[in-house]
Design a protein around this ligand. Structure first.
Ligand code: HEM
Length: 571
């Protein structure tokens, strides 16, 4: 047991192989039983085999526990009691006490910038680590947890070469080749991507949202629902020119419930990938992603029957001419990509839109300032519709600041994205008060992270760290415009992640969020529901605080239900 652990089990990745290991164990049991059966009765032979296997399993597990506790290369890093032994404590915590990112935030408060959060996992709340792990020069790859969806999309592709080829196709579709900075001049860049040809359709959908909210006549409207309608309608149009008609009908498409079920599964599955992968292999086990895949597959079938007049993202994927990339764009890959992009593109922008609506309602002075700024980008055509000058809108500095600040405090992907360090390990420049045990022996200002470790930088925590942002928990959009002294290190702002695996849809997302928010503030005053006059202010304040608290405590940082009045203005 000890020898096999040392030479075999500790050197390979088994997350996806548990069902095969179980099958192997059954074969071993049969072979042993048959061998013993030459000397003993079948039942005694069976017990002998079980005994032998039991001794083996106990020895392997004892060896694993001893290794993780006393000899593991991550042993020198501190963390909670159970972390060196298992990741189960995290699953239990997430199920009972609160979201993963909040737990990680608490642990950094307790143990410092580097915390061992699993037998082979480190969380590092440091800006240099952010660059070293995710930056364009990083040699880190994606760990087995990316396999849990069972589908290999561009996002879950672990092979760097295949990822590069597939990503290039999406970059063309999304206009994200090259680093898109949020600075106004750069985001005004016009490319021939589907994102840009999609702009008029995006505008139509935004007009429809404004018209529908106008029909509410200033009554409290469920903001989450409306933002779900628009973001999923936008994705269905952008990807395969489908009309999901959610804005028009005011009803959620079934695809959204599938996406939510999948996201919940992913939150737990990422913690114990081997279990998630094993569960998915059990015959007839309901797979959380299968309904969504079937749904994406049907939409893909419909799309392939007819060519849209204006190219959509599928036009780029299906018409891709790169012979190498084509190998990876089988039907199965297309389905995986469609499924992933719907989830990645809609739920994220949705979360930003709801959070930003809340912040605007809570700060009427920001609404007024934003209205003045964005007005220059619009001119009225006919009632209910407005012509928009996109380069002018994308150059609005205060609009960008509001979005940056919302993404900083409420990143839609709050937990750190996991990465696997290269076999030789990773050296990170590290100016810290860590003990010499944790720094690289050769240089006290660097730290060596051992090879094949799973590392992550927690987005939520680093973006709220006082080391990088002054008054970090306050919503101060001016830090991105007139009060730059409130940003200590801008590199810590990373809601889209960075480097080769960073968000491919950043440009698209910003285009959508900017257009929707600008149109909303021009058309409406965003107000909290009216309350009885007595104690109004206090009650509103308490409601807002409660909303924010629910928001911070919530499972996936999906915004808590928000109701606002959209009171018509003269546009
Ligand atoms: C505010 C909105 C958004 C945020 C905060 C966001 C954030 C992220 C993050 C953090 C990642 C890295 C995931 C990882 O490392 O595993 C990512 C990847 C990705 N996102 Fe976004 N995203 C947003 C909107 C979008 C939209 C609208 C689209 C598409 C239209 C999109 C497409 C993608 C794709 C294709 C990837 C995978 C990139 C790769 O692995 O090469 N995202 N996004």
């Amino acid at each position: 047991g000890v020898v096999s652990h040392k030479l075999y089990w500790s050197r390979h990745e088994f997350d996806a192989a548990v069902p095969h290991i179980l099958l192997g164990a059954i074969l071993v049991h049969l072979t042993l039983t048959l061998t013993f059966a030459r000397q003993f009765t079948p039942s005694v032979a069976n017990w002998h085999a079980i005994l032998l296997e039991g001794v083996y399993v106990i020895t392997v597990f004892t060896s694993i526990v001893a290794y993780r506790l006393f000899f593991h290369p991550l042993k020198r890093f501190q963390g909670p009691f159970w972390a060196p032994l298992t990741a189960w404590w995290k699953v239990k915590h997430i199920a009972k006490e609160g979201p993963h990112y909040a737990l990680i935030e608490k642990l950094h408060g307790q143990y410092g910038e580097i915390v061992r959060i699993g037998p082979n996992n480190l969380s590092i709340n440091n800006v240099e680590a952010l660059q070293a792990i995710y930056g364009s020069q990083s040699t880190c790859t994606k760990p087995p947890s990316y396999l849990i969806g069972g589908l290999v999309s561009v996002q879950s592709e672990r092979d760097p070469h295949r990822h590069r080829l597939r990503r290039a196709v999406w970059d063309k579709a999304l206009g994200s080749n090259g680093t898109l900075s949020i600075t106004p001049s750069e985001s005004a860049r016009i490319t021939s991507s589907a994102s840009n040809t999609f702009f008029p359709r995006l505008k139509e959908l935004t007009d429809l949202l404004v018209a529908k909210l106008g029909e509410q006549d200033g009554k409290p409207a469920p903001v989450n629902d409306w933002m779900h309608y628009i973001t999923f309608d936008v994705m269905a149009q952008f990807i395969f020119s489908r009309d999901w008609n959610q804005l028009a009908t005011g009803k959620l498409n079934e695809g959204i419930s599938y996406a939510s079920a999948y996201l919940k599964f992913a939150i737990y599955g990422t913690q114990v990938p081997w279990l998630a992968l094993s569960l998915m292999k059990i015959p007839y086990m309901p797979e959380p992603q299968s309904a969504m895949v079937e749904f994406a597959s049907r939409a893909l079938d419909d799309r392939m029957k007819e060519q849209p007049v204006t190219p959509d993202a599928m036009s780029h994927l299906l018409g891709n001419k790169d012979p190498e990339a084509q190998q990876f764009l089988s039907r199965h890959d297309l389905e995986s990509d469609v499924f992933m992009i719907i989830v990645a593109g809609a739920d994220t922008s949705f979360s930003v839109l709801v959070n930003l609506c809340f912040r605007l309602a809570a700060n009427p002075q920001y609404q007024a300032q934003l209205r003045d700024e964005v007005a220059i980008a619009f001119s009225t055509n006919e009632p209910g519709s407005m012509a928009v000058n996109w380069p002018a809108l994308s150059s609005c500095a205060f609009l960008a600041a509001l979005i940056n600040e919302t993404l900083r405090l409420h990143p839609p992907v709050p937990s750190g994205m996991q990465r696997l360090t290269p076999p030789e390990g990773l050296i990170i420049p590290f100016e810290s008060k860590l003990s010499s045990k944790t720094t690289a022996a050769s240089d006290k200002n660097t730290i060596h992270i051992p090879g094949n470790s799973v590392v992550s930088v927690p987005t939520y925590s680093i973006q709220r760290s006082p080391r990088y942002f002054a008054d970090p928990n306050s919503f101060i959009p001016e830090r991105w415009t007139t009060r730059p002294e409130l940003i200590i290190d801008k590199r810590a702002w990373c809601p889209f992640s960075l480097g080769a695996y960073g968000c491919a849809g950043k440009y698209f997302a910003l285009m959508e969020i900017k257009l929707v928010i600008a149109r909303l503030v021009l058309a409406f005053d965003l107000q909290f529901p009216e309350l009885p006059a007595e104690g109004l202010e206090l009650q509103q304040k308490a409601d807002q605080e409660m909303w924010l608290k629910t928001q911070d405590d919530h499972m996936t940082l999906q915004p808590a239900q928000l109701k606002l009045r959209f009171v018509k203005r003269d546009e």
